[in-house]
Ligand binder design. Structure first.
Ligand code: FAD
Ligand code: OAA
Length: 341
């Protein structure tokens, strides 16, 4: 049987990781990634890349936990291999601190990260405004390095990568058997999906190599995330704001909030401002869809809407998308066999 031709739309974290999973797990297909933007110009490049899950209201917790565990285990293995530095993965320990006791003293992901415990009174003394805290070790991606690593993996296994904007998925009908839609916030226009909306995030990437412990305020607005090449200082969450222009007042506010938690950041150098639009949705859309037009059919698998937590769950959602692609291939092969009989 001829190989099925798969087009993956989108070369952010979700498109690349899905394309890698499909190309490495399904032998009877060829994979082509088509995207209008690539690293370093995607939302995924702006992210802090921390593995701390955000809850999706529309998805059962056991499912989210499984996605997180699969992602954590995958990156942990890379972190313990000779690939770690190329892939931009590092382990990082730190604190999540709260001004009031949170509803979830033990979050669902507490037994996936390493060494999760409550902070001691002694540790909390560093944060006089905060009453409670959680200490743990997790993983962090240097996002542009990780995206480049995924892209190299794809090219290395014979997959194709093309720069092109897709106005309508039907453009791909004549050349591909299955389209995997990983266009993130682009799905609002491409699919007309009004359930997806932007949550604007502005961060600072600074040089402060002495900072090697993360601090995240439980209000999820302020964070200090040390990575391999820089420290990410966050952030903002502005729903339905489409502006990609840096806002100087937000930069000052972010810097002041982070310095209040870690005063040594006053000495940070080489401050760069980055803005990204989180592709937010009540639930990630992971679904098969058969589009029908003029009697023709186009098989689509959607994987988009990861909001604030794409890095934390991307490997798990890529695996699920690949499983759906496998089902589509079986159905297409079944129907072409029937047509021959
Ligand atoms: C400031 C900030 C900090 C973050 N920090 C974290 C964090 O610490 N941990 C975490 O887990 N998550 C974090 N996130 C969330 C994470 O960045 C996203 O969940 C993730 O990047 C989404 O990836 P994506 O591939 O769906 O989207 P994108 O990176 O936006 O990729 C979408 C791709 O689709 C392409 N595309 C779109 N429309 C079309 C079209 N019509 N034709 C062709 N191509 C198209 C785009 O060019 C792009 O390549 C953060 C986000 C922001 C903004
Ligand atoms: O909230 C965090 O810790 C980082 C993040 O995912 C975001 O800003 O979207």
């Amino acid at each position: 049987m001829a190989k099925q031709k798969i087009a993956v739309v989108g070369a952010g974290l979700i498109g690349l990781s899905t394309a890698v999973y499909i190309s490495e797990s399904i032998s009877k297909c060829s994979v082509t990634v088509i995207s209008d933007k690539f690293t370093p110009n995607t939302t995924s490049d702006v992210a802090a890349g921390m593995l701390i899950p955000h809850t999706y209201q529309g998805i059962p917790i056991h499912q989210q936990k499984q996605w997180f565990r699969e992602t954590f285990d995958y990156l942990f293995e890379i972190n313990n291999s000779s690939e770690a530095s190329d892939a931009g993965i590092n382990l990082v320990s730190g604190w999540q601190i709260f001004k009031t006791i949170p509803d979830e003293v033990l979050p669902f992901w507490s037994d996936v990260v390493l060494g999760f415990r409550s902070m001691t009174e002694e540790e909390l003394k560093k944060f006089p405004q905060h009453r409670f805290g959680q200490a743990f070790t997790t993983l962090k991606c240097d996002c542009p390095s990780y995206l480049l690593w995924l892209e190299k993996r794809l090219k290395g296994n014979g997959s194709q990568v093309y720069a092109r904007r897709i106005e309508d998925l039907w453009e791909l009908h004549s050349k591909y058997d299955i389209v995997v839609n990983c266009s993130g916030i682009g799905s609002r226009e491409l699919m007309g999906d009004l359930e997806i909306y932007p949550v604007r995030g502005q961060v600072l990437k600074v040089d402060a190599p002495w900072v090697n412990h993360f601090i995240r305020d439980g209000d999820s607005l302020t964070y200090i995330y040390p990575g391999i090449h820089n420290v990410t200082l966050g952030g903002t969450r502005q729903k339905d704001n489409w502006s990609l222009s840096p806002d100087p007042r937000s930069s000052k506010d972010i810097f002041d909030r982070c310095c209040a938690l870690e005063p040594s950041l006053q000495r940070a150098q080489d401050i760069k401002v980055r803005v990204g639009l989180r592709p937010s949705r009540l639930a990630v859309r992971l679904q098969k869809e058969i589009l029908v037009h003029d009697g023709k059919k186009l098989t689509v698998v959607h994987n988009y809407g990861h909001g604030s937590g794409g890095f934390s769950v991307h490997r798990g959602t890529a695996k699920e998308a690949a499983r759906l692609v496998g089902e589509c291939i079986a159905a297409l092969e079944g129907s072409s066999l029937k047509a021959k009989l």
